[in-house]
Design a protein around this ligand. Structure first.
Ligand SMILES: NC(=O)c1ccc[n+]([C@@H]2O[C@H](COP(=O)([O-])OP(=O)(O)OC[C@H]3O[C@@H](n4cnc5c(N)ncnc54)[C@H](O)[C@@H]3O)[C@@H](O)[C@H]2O)c1
Length: 450
């Protein structure tokens, strides 16, 4: 099929490249000329495993990029909106979605052929069947039926985005009418093996929020129960949560082999969640719910617990090295998770800002996210950036592990001891074994094992 993708960030570009790889013909649209130029030159503007190789494979023949939305919509049968939906001023900001819908609608005014518009951006339930539909109808002067509309949430995980998109666990298509579904589902039918679930647009929107809210809740639950165990003392939260993972309702025992589903990874204490989705999606659904008159108490606590994680890391640091003023602290990992250069809402960036306010001298390391971090932290002083972790550890008074990159989890105990002033390691990801680290003379502490 001929598909245009409006907004080519983490979701749009992965969607476009992967759909082209599956055999569709894709036109990627972005407002930013440098993003478009980069794609057309075969260089992905973001880092995501295998994305650049796939882009080079499909570029020219199956994929092109442009800033010209008119050209893209006229030359495609389906337009997928994948623009950002940030959380600003206490609620979801739908300006980019509205603008994209309006621009598409204006092209549909003149377009004779049937065209389906898809909302892939994460939007608050009711957005597609009220705001987007209304904008499309007003801008195009047509009624639903003369064009199609679907809501198709995206579940890819950054760091694993290409693999997730190519092998989805579910394909949710929310529609109001049959024709939209019949045309849009052709994108996936025969190309992907995942079940296609048809529902209404509000349910599709809610599936995305409920998924992210559940995962964020598990993380905050783990951090809360870990905090309780820290107060009790002599209990390691990683250890007791592993006992919880073995509950037959979480893991299954097949022929004596324990099969753990991925969800148990979220039942682990650590520095808390970040990224472009969990924080903003949980906050957006809270504020929308409140505007309807219901206060979602659990979700509010999920955010509160998460916000407190930086404080907990600072307390662990102070317990180990005293006042932080003029201390040299190495922050290992800047991206909000491994496999991506995305630092949006990264707990690491929050920690660096707090450390800087406390007068610490910060050295930070990340294999791919340094450039993004430099931009975000441009107004902060006393920060040095290293692309070799060993250089970042030299003469440090403490190291804080913030992203569980393989390269960080492979750092040897001897390296901490040889390079640092004191081998104080604060493990925000719980990637090292506490007993092993301590028996190797590392002054080790992590979230959940104080
Ligand atoms: N990042 C993820 O892991 C992820 C996963 C699932 C869903 N989502 C959702 O997908 C949406 C996009 O997220 P993202 O992380 O890819 O965002 P992003 O900020 O990385 O990319 C958005 C892109 O859209 C472009 N854009 C904005 N308005 C435009 C317009 N009118 N016309 C053309 N281009 C326009 C921007 O220039 C930018 O390049 C969000 O709603 C997000 O919540 C994200």
């Amino acid at each position: 099929m001929n598909i245009s993708i409006i907004g080519t960030g983490y979701v749009g570009l992965v969607t476009g490249v992967c759909l082209a790889k599956k055999g569709h013909k894709v036109i990627c649209v972005d407002k930013i000329q440098s993003v478009v130029d980069s794609i057309n030159n075969g260089i992905t503007p973001i880092y995501e495993k295998n994305l650049n190789e796939f882009l080079i494979d499909v570029l020219g023949d199956k994929l092109e990029a442009t800033t010209d939305i008119k050209y893209a919509v006229e030359n495609s049968e389906i337009s997928i909106i994948a623009v950002g939906t940030p959380f600003t001023e206490g609620k979801i900001d739908l300006e980019y979605v509205k603008e994209a819908a309006y621009d598409i609608g204006m092209v549909l005014k003149e377009k004779k052929d049937y065209h389906v518009v898809c909302v892939k951006s994460t939007v608050i339930p009711t957005t597609t069947d009220t705001i987007v539909l209304n904008i499309l109808e007003v801008a195009s002067g047509k009624k639903l039926g003369e064009f199609g509309l679907v809501m198709n949430p995206e579940f890819l995980r950054e760091g694993n985005a290409v693999e997730d998109f190519m092998n989805p666990d579910r394909i949710i298509i929310g529609t109001i009418d049959d024709t939209s579904f019949d045309v849009f589902s052709k994108i996936y039918k025969d190309y992907f093996s995942a079940p296609i679930i048809r529902t209404n647009t509000r349910t599709a929107e809610m599936i995305k929020y409920a998924t992210n809210a559940l995962l964020a809740t598990l993380i905050s639950f783990s951090n809360e129960i870990a905090a309780v165990s820290e107060e009790i003392g002599d209990i390691d939260a990683v250890e007791f949560l592993e006992g919880v993972h073995m509950d037959r309702r979480l893991s299954v025992n097949i022929d004596g082999k324990l099969i753990k589903p991925d969800i148990v990874k979220y039942l682990k204490p650590g520095r808390g969640f970040g990224g472009s989705c969990f924080p903003k999606d949980v906050k957006s659904i809270i504020s929308f719910s409140e505007s309807l008159g219901y206060v979602p108490r659990i979700l509010k606590s999920v955010i509160e617990v998460n916000d407190f994680q930086t404080e907990r890391l600072l307390n662990l640091l102070k317990e180990k090295i005293g006042e932080l003023n003029s201390k040299s602290i190495t922050v290992l990992g800047l991206s909000f998770k491994p496999g991506t250069d995305d630092i949006r809402e990264s707990q690491s960036i929050k920690l660096i800002k707090s450390l800087q306010e406390k007068g610490a001298l910060i050295k930070c390391y990340d294999p791919v996210a340094i450039e993004n971090a430099k931009k975000e932290l441009k107004d902060y002083s006393n920060i040095e950036y290293f692309d070799i972790y060993k250089d970042a550890l030299v003469n440090a008074d403490a190291a804080v592990i913030m992203t569980d990159w393989d390269v960080i989890s492979s750092i040897g105990y001897d390296e901490f001891k040889k390079l640092m002033n004191n081998p104080v390691v604060i493990d925000g990801c719980r990637i090292f074994d506490k007993k092993e680290a301590q028996s190797n003379d590392i002054n080790y502490v992590g979230i959940g094992c104080r």
